[in-house]
Design a protein around this ligand. Structure first.
Ligand SMILES: Cc1ncc(COP(=O)(O)O)c(C=O)c1O
Length: 369
């Protein structure tokens, strides 16, 4: 029996940061500042500086981060927010929770990123924002979106849950948009030991509103400017994130090396379509996704060989039960639909070995025939 190959390896990451985390946890336990402890502020400063953003607000998770941005922009009931049909359901869930209506758009066939031409065709007088998703670890075409939206009063928001450390035309996440939301779900490139998220923005006013909304509507205790809710980043999670942030550059570089190795190992295999980095993008390969015919059979063969490949995501959002009330059906977003039938995410993480990747490719190449 061959050893199994996991999609990601959080234990290997923990081994690298164990000492920092233990010392940090001791510090927090000694101070008993479990909410709003100094590590939260330090992490916010460090992550803002890493991303070149003026403001970073730590929040409870990535979904809240998107919702808080929309609410901070004054978007809600009666408004429409455009987003790609091929994203994790949280992107649409956050729009729905803000009170606005999610409006799906298709993706392009090469990078599977939001298609700016489809955005143009879905604009209405009620459109207030477009959310581009940095799917699989590369930044969406925000420059093209900005060209299309010039002259419209429509905010551009980035779902950067999968792209911490990525750049587009040398500019990091958050730099192309009104605000970016990210997630520190454990499996992300920068993951916590539980839930966490952040908002990045250069807009001081928006940052102040987001910070207030996430803290019961006020910065100071019992001074509630707005009806808000509780969405704070825990101090213990901030300790983990500070330790991981120090290694994120190296870990992303290791992911890029692993992606190059897959590219080489799969070179010339005509029945496997790879999803390249778009020109100008420095990809951070949160996921390495390939497209194959007869996907379910190929995936089953990978699983039988102990390879934990996966699908991100099996159903475009317009075909989910959760958003059936929007009235869409098969054929409405054909590129996203075709992608969902053919994609497979191969194991990738900073500690994956050449041998593991070679084994994945051996099984994959055998399965596609
Ligand atoms: C693209 C995308 N958007 C939003 C989210 C939501 O993040 P969270 O799980 O932290 O709420 C995720 C994370 O799973 C994601 O991958």
């Amino acid at each position: 029996m061959t050893a199994s190959i996991a999609l990601t390896d959080l234990a290997a990451q923990h081994r690298e940061i164990e000492q920092d985390v233990r010392e940090g946890f001791e510090r927090v336990l000694a101070s008993a500042s479990f909410i709003g402890g100094s590590d939260v502020g330090e992490f916010e400063r460090e992550f803002a500086s890493f991303c070149g953003a003026r403001e970073c607000i730590g929040v409870a998770n990535g979904t809240d981060a998107i919702e808080l941005i929309l609410r901070g922009l004054g978007i809600g009931s009666g408004d429409e927010v455009l987003l790609p049909a091929n994203t994790f359901i949280a992107t649409a869930g956050a729009v729905h929770r803000s009170g606005a209506t999610p409006v799906f758009v298709d993706c392009d066939d090469k990078y599977l990123l939001i298609d700016p031409d489809c955005v143009r065709s879905r604009l209405t007088p009620r459109t207030r924002a477009v959310i581009g998703v940095d799917l699989y670890g590369q930044i969406a075409p925000f420059d093209h979106l900005a060209d299309i939206l010039a002259g419209y009063d429509v905010a551009i928001v980035e779902d950067a849950a999968q792209s911490q450390g990525a750049t587009r035309r040398c500019r990091p996440i958050g730099a192309h948009v009104a605000a970016a939301a990210t997630s520190f779900y454990p499996g992300k490139n920068l993951g916590a030991y539980g839930d966490g998220g952040a908002v990045l923005t250069d807009d001081k006013e928006l940052a102040a509103d987001v910070r207030a909304l996430a803290n019961h509507g006020g910065i100071n205790r019992y001074d509630h400017r707005l009806p808000g809710f509780n969405s704070r980043l825990d101090t213990l999670q901030a300790v983990v994130l500070r330790a991981k942030l120090r290694r994120l550059g190296c870990w992303n570089e290791a992911r890029r090396r692993a992606a190059r190795r897959y590219d080489q190992l799969l070179e010339g295999a005509n029945s496997i379509r790879r999803i390249p980095a778009a020109p100008g993008n420095m990809h951070v390969w949160h996921l390495y996704v390939v497209r194959v015919r007869d996907r379910d059979r190929v995936l089953a063969q990978l699983h039988e060989s102990g390879i934990a490949a996966s699908i991100h995501y099996p159903l475009p959002l317009h075909l989910t039960d959760a958003f059936s009330w929007l009235g869409h059906g098969p054929g409405d977003f054909p590129v996203a639909e075709a992608a969902s039938r053919t994609i497979i995410s191969l194991p990738i993480h900073p500690h994956i070995t050449y041998d593991a990747q070679a084994r994945v490719c051996e099984v994959l190449l055998g399965a596609v025939g």
